[in-house]
Design a protein around this ligand. Sequence first.
Ligand code: SF4
Length: 299
Amino acid sequence: MITKAFASDWEGGWRYTVNCYRGCVHGCTYCFARRYHEFLGYGAGTDFETKIVVKPNAPQVLREELKKTRQKMPHIDFSFATDPYLPLEASYELTRKCLIVCADFGVPVGVITKSPLVTRDIDLLSRINRISDLSIHISLITLDRELARRIEPRAPTPESRVRALARLREAGIAAGINCMPVLPGITDNPSDLEALVKRVSEAGATYVGACAVRLKPAAKKRYLPFIEQEFPHLAERYRNTFANSAYAGEKYREGLAHFFGKICAKYGVRDWSRRDQEDEGDESPTPALVPDVQLSLNI
Ligand code: SF4
C-alpha cells in the first residue's frame, strides 16, 4: 500500500507515496501510471481506466506503518499510480482517512490531483498545513475544455480545477499547477500556455511547473494510436521522436523550460519547471527553437 517512491530509507526522511486506489477512470491518454497496472496483472489500456482496485484498509495500514517510525516522519505523496481524488473517493473517503492519519502524526504531505474533490478536505489540509509541510499540485495542461475532453476524457473540466485552486489558495493552502505533460503540437501553443499561466496566477497559484510529455512503453501503446486517430498530421513526427526514446528532444525541453521561466516571471508566479534546469540567463536573446518534434511553440 505504501510505496517507497524514490529510495528505501524511511527513517532518513525520503518520500513515499500512498495510493488508496489503482487504475484511473480519468483515462488521460498520455498517463505514465498505466504501466503500474501491468504490475497487478492488468492491461495498461482499457483495464487501467475500468478495473479500479480499491484498498479499503489503506488508512489502517498507514497508521500502523507510521506508528513504527521512530525518527523523522517521512514525506508522503498522494498520487503517482492514480489520482487520489477519483470519483470513488467521494463515497470511500480513503484518501481523506489517510490524510487524517497524516494529520495525527504530523506527516508532511503532497497531493497531486485533477479533481476539485480535493476541496472537500480543506479542513484537514488546513490542519496539516498548520503543523507540517503541505503542497497541493493541481494538474492542468490546457484551458480548452473541448481539447481537454479529447486528451483526458473523463477528468474534471479545466475550469473546475482552476476554481479548486482558487478555493485552496483562499484557505491559505500552498497550491500550484502542474502543466504536465506539455504535448508537442497539441497543447504547446505559446499564447495558450501564456493564457493558462495568467489565469492560474490570477487564481493565486503558488507555482507553475511544466515538462514535456514522456512516453514509457505502456504510455506509448495508448498515446501513439490516439495521435494517429485524433491528430494524424502529427503522427509521423511523434513516431520518429519517440521511436527510440521516452523523451521529447533536448532542444524542445530546454525551449519549454525557458519559455515557462519567462511567462512565470511575467505573471509573478514561481516557475517550478526550471528547478532542475541549467540557468540559461534571462537576459540573453531567446534562441530560435528547433525542436525534434515540430511545434507550435515558437519562441
Ligand atoms: S488523472 Fe493522473 S493518474 Fe489518472 S489517468 Fe490522468 S494522469 Fe493518469
